[in-house]
Design a protein around this ligand. Structure first.
Ligand code: BTN
Length: 319
């Protein structure tokens, strides 16, 4: 089915006969595959009598060679899937198969993309970036401190470099424009965090998505914010170079060297917030983060520090 899509991706008309000949199948089999493409991948295909079939818009698919060419420094081996349950899940399976890290898993779509706190991550075909970078961490806990915040900062800088206006951060690792989420980060870890472990840095970026009724929070995309479509290969390359730079700084100098830069971009610095931890809610004012990436809140006049993957922040209405 995707071989057929690759023939159509130029956005030009192709006759049923030519497509059938290229694939070695009948015209009616071509027709059936086209119907599957529309139904399964949500693509729109024009069918015009006498001219053939045309994708409603040309498509640029992920291309490891192009990504490698555009990101010479972060030249990690790349595995690209047309469709996968979750790039993080596939990365964890690859670690089990003893695939040597670092390596990168990308997909055109995810059928079970996972977000933080058990949420699903909406992952339509060829519209966004679903990115999981696997690292082997040997330095113990210090190498993990603030790591998810560092990834958020690198994602934010990559989006700014490509010209998306107004991008900022929300603790712990959301990337927002205003109040709307444009990218999310999910770190998953296997092994012994105090000794040797593998960490999967999962990044989802809303790139060219313009419509969906599946996301249950305020969201936006690079395209919606800047009014133009983006080449995902360029974005993956830019993100790789940015991550390479920030991860090297983090490894050499620890999170404390990045703390001030992160705070500079924190959209909710000084704001009145509620910290949600399961059924519990703590109201306070954001003071910043500490040298390990934990959140500093003023609660009832006293500074308190919070960390943990299951926490999330909401703005208070009175802020
Ligand atoms: C969040 O809830 O903010 C985190 C979203 C993380 C989504 C990305 S998409 C690539 C990787 N694979 C997944 O299943 N999740 C992460």
């Amino acid at each position: 089915m995707l071989t057929l899509l690759k023939l159509l991706k130029d956005g030009r008309f192709h006759s049923g006969q030519a497509l059938g000949a290229a694939l070695g199948i009948s015209r009616s089999a071509v027709w059936k595959q086209l119907q599957h493409l529309e139904a399964e991948l949500g693509l729109s295909i024009h069918k015009v009598r006498g001219r053939g079939y045309q994708l409603a818009a040309p498509l640029t698919l992920l291309d490891p060679a192009e990504i490698g060419r555009l990101s010479p420094t972060s030249n990690w081996p790349v595995l690209v899937f047309d469709s996968i349950d979750s790039t993080n899940a596939e990365a964890l399976r690859a670690i089990e198969r003893h695939q040597a890290a670092p390596f990168l898993v990308l997909a055109e779509r995810q059928t079970a993309g996972r977000g933080r706190r058990g949420r699903k991550w909406v992952s339509p075909f060829a519209e966004n970036v679903y990115y999981s970078l696997v690292l082997r961490v040997e330095g113990g806990m210090r190498q993990l401190e603030g790591l998810s915040l560092v990834v958020g900062l690198a994602v934010m800088q990559a989006l700014r470099e490509l010209g998306v206006p107004g991008v900022g951060l929300k603790w712990p690792n959301d990337v927002l424009v205003g109040q709307k989420k444009i990218a999310g980060i999910l770190l998953e870890l296997v092994g012994d965090p105090a000794d040797v472990c593998h960490v999967v840095l999962g990044v989802g970026i809303n790139v060219n998505m313009q419509m969906t009724d599946e996301v249950d929070q305020q969201w936006t995309s690079m395209r919606l914010e800047s009014g133009k479509a983006f080449d995902r290969n360029r974005l993956v390359a830019a993100l790789g170079e940015m991550l390479h730079r920030y991860l090297a700084r983090h490894q050499a100098d620890g999170f404390s060297a990045i703390q001030a830069e992160w705070e500079q971009h924190h959209l909710w610095q000084g704001r009145a917030v509620s910290l949600i931890a399961g059924a519990n809610q703590i109201d306070g004012e954001v003071l910043g983060i500490d040298s390990q990436g934990a959140l500093r809140l003023k609660v009832g006049g006293v500074e308190k520090v919070f960390s943990g993957g299951e926490l999330s922040l909401r703005l208070r209405h009175d802020s």
